[in-house]
Design a protein around this ligand. Structure first.
Ligand code: KG4
Ligand code: ZN
Length: 363
């Protein structure tokens, strides 16, 4: 019976303090993992009134929460620090003051307990989260059989990119946003519409309500531009779309905006989803992808998941998206990326050589 290993992972790259414990069987005939705990303390309420993340507030909150969240993750997994074989921490990219809290905390733990530590790239965390699945008992496990090449659409608050994954840890960026990230556009449009931060869930909620009205015969009148839809590359642009929403709203009296809010949110979501879906499908066809994956916070968007799944299935391409719990920033995805590092036989660094790097690029 191959030995199980346990990974304790920590994510503090932005405004979530999150710790996870993953049990993995690396040397089994079919290597696999189970996520035993994934505890996240979100700082959304602290930053909401500022309409975005305030680095100093984020770092202070990470400092306050990190020990408690780590203890809770271990307790939930019914394990003790002595049962942990590897520590893993997000070392970048992200807000430097936030990353430093997590990296220094884990380095301290590694040195104090003599445990090996893995530096994980936040983007790799998102990329590998799509390979996890939920079994019939609700456990998050590695169950999806990855077939390369994979075309991955990574859409978060800070990134929008199409990445070609040819094998584990071999990436090529096919295109990215030339201005705002998709999640950032959701957040900014939500602000224009007076919806709460983060904007993605708020916009999709009212857009879904309007979609139901359309199903009942309501005819939409708003049509926003679909930026770079027909460009000859895999780049994206969302700043013009956001401006189009702003101009549209500014021309209307507030009481009309109130009435039209759901339709505006719907039209915006439709435009974003159409551009993201079409470009991803085009990239998958151009690079003969066997799998399409969708990751990052915006992968929680139901409409986007549905559209990508529909077109992938039509083309006979597998479609993977993470379980909802792994979409927005969390340590579960960091533990999973660490598992894939170990699976590929990564060379471990000494704890003192693990450093936070806010601009760490893996491509
Ligand atoms: O990956 P993430 O948690 O943090 C970053 O690394 O940026 O992504 C957060 C972003 C936010 O911009 C949020 O508005 C967006 O993901 N988001 C969504 C949805 N849920 C979260 N966007 C669209 N639809 C959603 N359901
Ligand atoms: Zn993220």
């Amino acid at each position: 019976m191959p030995k199980n290993i346990h990974i304790l992972a920590l994510e503090t790259s932005c405004d979530e303090t999150s710790t996870a414990v993953l049990r993995a069987s690396l040397f089994a005939e079919q290597p696999n993992f189970t996520l035993l705990s994934n505890i996240t303390h979100s700082q959304i309420k602290l930053h909401a009134k500022f309409g975005g993340v305030v680095p100093e507030i984020a770092a202070r909150s990470h400092l306050e929460q990190v020990k408690l969240i780590t203890e809770t993750a271990l307790q939930t997994a019914k394990l003790d620090l002595k049962n942990i074989d590897y520590l893993a921490v997000t070392a970048g990219p992200g807000l430097i003051v936030s990353l430093l809290v997590g990296v220094e905390f884990m380095k301290g733990l590694a040195l104090a307990c003599g445990k090996p530590i893995l530096a994980v790239n936040h983007m790799e965390g998102h990329l590998y989260s799509a390979f996890a699945d939920r079994d019939s008992s609700g456990n998050i496990k590695e169950e999806k059989k990855i077939e390369f090449p994979v075309v991955s659409l990574v859409v978060s608050g800070g990134h929008t990119m199409l990445v070609l994954i040819t094998s584990l840890h071999k990436y090529r960026v096919l295109g990215s946003t030339v201005d705002d990230a998709a999640g950032e556009a959701f957040d900014k449009v939500a602000k224009i519409l007076g919806l709460p931060y983060p904007g993605g869930p708020a916009i999709s909620k009212i857009a879904a309500k309007y979609r139901k009205k359309i199903a009942l015969g309501c005819v939409p009148k708003i049509n926003f531009p679909k930026p770079l839809l027909h460009s000859n590359n895999f780049d994206f642009s969302f700043s013009g779309l956001k401006t189009a929403v702003r101009y549209y709203v500014e021309k209307l009296p507030p009481e009309v905006v109130k009435i039209q809010k759901a339709e505006i949110a719907w039209a915006f979501e439709e435009a974003v989803v159409e551009v993201l879906t079409k470009k991803t499908i085009q990239a998958a066809q151009a690079f003969k992808a066997k799998t399409i994956s969708l990751t990052g916070g915006v992968s929680a968007n139901i409409k986007l998941r549905q559209e990508l799944e529909k077109y992938s299935t039509q083309l006979g391409i597998k479609f993977f998206a993470p379980p909802f719990e792994l979409c927005t920033d969390n340590a579960g995805m960091i533990a999973i990326a660490a598992y894939f590092q170990l699976k590929s036989g990564i060379k471990l660094k000494k704890p003192e050589r693990v450093n936070a790097d806010s601009n760490w690029e893996i491509w």
